[in-house]
Design a protein around this ligand. Structure first.
Ligand code: FAS
Ligand code: PHB
Length: 389
């Protein structure tokens, strides 16, 4: 087979890139290791920046997002007995949209299928060849049948555990990593959200987050030990622990119910540089990971897609490689600011096992300064709603 852009990975990065390219007559083929149902079954992000909303509009996939997404103009932060609100509208005049990554992915799959997009599922043994030449190709197999795609470019959208990043030679790659000494135990329940906006809580027992997907679907997280196991937590144990970590006002009205999903996500910060090697371009989790505290994972994948999509359009429409040549530097400039915010917010909101009494005093002073300072709240709001592309 032959295409212009071979896309490895059928998650939100790969799907969004493919759909945007299609809108401008640029062909692509997506190679996805799993089935579509498996991809849609992963419960992940919940907060969309306006940049991603605009890309979904440009891709012609934003109708359901606008009809069903919740526009949020602020979020609550609680610590000890204090609760305060970061007012996005007042500080930066930009909201965020609450709409699950699962729904974003569902809308993108529907659009790709409606426009005859080529997606190969259950692919195995994907290998990228000749990325450092002008004629790369990708080999893989499906059900043991060998396949080959020749292409102009390869987009590595295959997440943290994919093959694309590792295709870049080790002596070319510089990797940066920070592993956090805790994870997030997440629960999805068909219950009304405890509050109309998200609540981030730093409690003496650890971090908690109250989020949502829609009026009858709530998403909650509590900080847990890295060697914890979802099986250790009955639903009731989870609800009781959550109530002890969130403000009394919400704990008293929390509607509990059976969990329909319960999982633990490890937290890490990770970046690989460069995000380009020859005709291979990395996008999203294939190149970087953030702790989910700042809701930046999916949203930073979106800005990568924005830069790569425009670079590829310039190449095919104006025979210019400027956008492709500056892709890695431009994407990384925004990635590192998202990494910083995610690290800062994670450090602010979690209790660390090795925290000394002095460290705790610094954390509480940081939270009090954020509660009292308009400048600090404006800076937080700017980062949370999403820095410019
Ligand atoms: P993805 O990992 O979503 O997609 C990569 C795709 O490539 C997958 O479908 C995979 O099957 C496929 N693939 C992998 N290797 C392949 C191969 N060799 N060949 C072919 N296909 C291959 N972000 C937030 O903002 N908020 C959150 O709360 C949040 N929670 C998360 C929880 C978990 C457990 C994880 C892992 C991530 C979470 N994230 C969160 C981050 C997440 O939303 C990512 O940023 C987002 O999925 C990035 O999308 P992609 O870059 O498309 O990567
Ligand atoms: C979610 O709803 O899954 C979510 C929301 C905000 C975050 C992280 C996760 O910061």
């Amino acid at each position: 087979m032959r295409t212009q852009v071979a896309i490895i990975g059928g998650g939100p990065s790969g799907l969004l890139l493919s759909q945007l390219l299609h809108k401008h007559g640029i062909q692509s083929i997506i190679l996805e290791r799993k089935t579509k149902d498996y991809v849609l079954g992963r419960i992940r992000a919940g907060v969309l920046e306006q940049g991603l909303v605009r890309l979904m509009e440009e891709a012609g996939c934003a109708d359901r997002l606008h009809a069903e997404g919740f526009t949020h103009e602020g979020t609550l932060i609680s610590y000890g007995k204090e609760v305060f609100r970061i007012d996005f509208a007042k500080h930066v005049g930009t909201p965020v949209v609450i709409y699950g990554q699962t729904e974003v992915t569902r809308d993108l799959y529907a659009a790709r299928e409606a426009s005859g997009g080529q997606i190969e599922f259950n692919v195995e043994d994907v290998v990228i060849h000749g990325a450092d030449t002008d004629a790369p190709h990708v080999t893989y197999n499906i059900g043991g049948e060998p396949k080959r795609i020749t292409c102009d470019f390869v987009a590595g959208c295959d997440g943290f555990h994919g093959v694309s990043r590792k295709t870049i030679p080790e002596n070319v790659r510089q990797e940066y990593e920070k592993i956090y000494p805790f994870g997030w135990l997440g629960v999805l329940s068909e219950t009304p959200p405890v509050n109309h906006e998200l609540i981030y809580s730093n409690s003496p027992r650890g971090f908690a987050l109250c989020s949502m997907r829609h009026a009858q679907l709530s998403r909650y997280y509590i900080q847990c030990s890295l060697n914890d196991d979802p099986q250790n937590w009955t639903d009731n144990a989870f609800w009781e622990e959550l109530k002890r970590r969130i403000p009394d006002e919400q704990a008293d009205v929390l509607v509990t119910g059976p969990s329909i999903e319960k999982s633990i996500a490890p937290l890490r910060s990770f970046v690989t540089e460069p995000m380009r090697w020859g005709r291979l371009f990395l996008c999203g989790d294939a190149a970087h990971i953030v702790p989910p505290t700042g809701a930046k994972g999916l949203n930073t994948a979106a800005s990568d897609v924005h830069y790569l999509y425009h670079g590829l359009r310039e190449f095919y429409e104006r025979n210019s490689s400027d956008g492709l040549d500056t892709y890695s530097a431009r994407a990384l400039a925004r990635v590192w600011k998202a990494e910083r915010f995610s690290w800062w917010f994670t450090s602010l909101m979690h209790r660390f096992p090795e925290q000394t009494p002095f460290d705790l005093k610094m954390q509480m002073a940081d939270l009090e300064f954020l509660r009292e300072s308009t400048a600090a709240q404006k800076a937080m709001a700017e980062n949370y709603v999403g820095l410019p592309y």
